[in-house]
Design a protein around this ligand. Structure first.
Ligand code: FMN
Length: 208
């Protein structure tokens, strides 16, 4: 097998992470800019950590050239809240546009032609074109450095969930109707239209 040490090259580490850890879920995070406009950016270093309290987390990394913080992190440090919206086959191209580095304080909603709608428990806006919204209050920020490529793990408690009734039936989200996408390496994205099912053994089944 080939091996490498991880203290050498940011690009090598980054490429390995995004090639090995996939498909990744995508959080489309909306925050309030200091000037009152609405910021929106996708993050695939994203997952869930607790059901009750309901805790989710994602990680913006420092910009690879300058080591600067991304706007989402700056906004959450100041406002202590954010919304997680989700990617569907329908909104994916516009969400992808929101990953463009536009001037600080400009809104990616306006840039991509997406619509902000008010949240109920926080000031950050929800994305109208997303069928699921998590309104989140900041729990922790764990910073792993202030140099290019260093991440900051942001966790939040979901205070309110919204779901489009078109993709919800009897307490279950219908994946086929939702059509979520995942993230791969480079510019790859995953569709979720090829699902396999595996039942798990119960405790009773393994008892002799
Ligand atoms: C699907 C997708 C997933 C991304 N995931 C991440 C990520 O996990 N961490 C990160 O720092 N940047 C990620 N990016 C890049 C950010 O979206 C991009 O840097 C964006 O401009 C940050 O916006 P902001 O400065 O408004 O926070 C991703 C881009 C795309 C298209």
């Amino acid at each position: 097998m080939l091996s490498f040490d991880t203290d050498q090259d940011l690009t090598q580490n980054y490429k390995f992470l995004i090639g090995a850890v996939l498909p990744r879920p995508i959080a489309v995070v909306s925050t309030k800019n200091e000037n009152g406009t609405d910021n929106l950016a996708p993050f695939s270093f994203f997952n869930v950590f607790s059901a009750k309290p309901m805790i989710v987390g994602f990680a913006p990394i420092r910009k690879p050239n300058s080591g600067e913080k991304k706007d989402t992190l700056i906004n959450i440090e100041r406002e202590k809240e954010f919304v997680i919206n989700f990617v569907t086959e329908e909104n994916a191209d516009l969400i992808n546009l929101c990953s463009t580095e536009i001037p600080h304080g400009d809104s990616e909603f306006t840039f991509a032609g997406l619509d902000p709608i008010p949240s109920e428990t926080i000031k950050a806006a929800r994305l109208k074109q997303s069928p699921i919204h998590f309104e989140c209050k900041l729990k922790d920020i764990v910073s792993y450095g202030d140099w290019p490529g260093a991440g900051a793990l942001i966790t939040g408690e979901v205070t309110k969930v919204h779901i489009d009734e078109k993709i919800y039936d009897n307490g279950r989200i219908i994946t086929d109707a939702w059509k979520p996408l995942g993230r791969g390496a480079g510019n790859d994205w995953f569709k979720t239209d090829s699902i396999i099912e595996k039942t798990r053994l119960t405790k009773a089944q393994i008892q002799k």
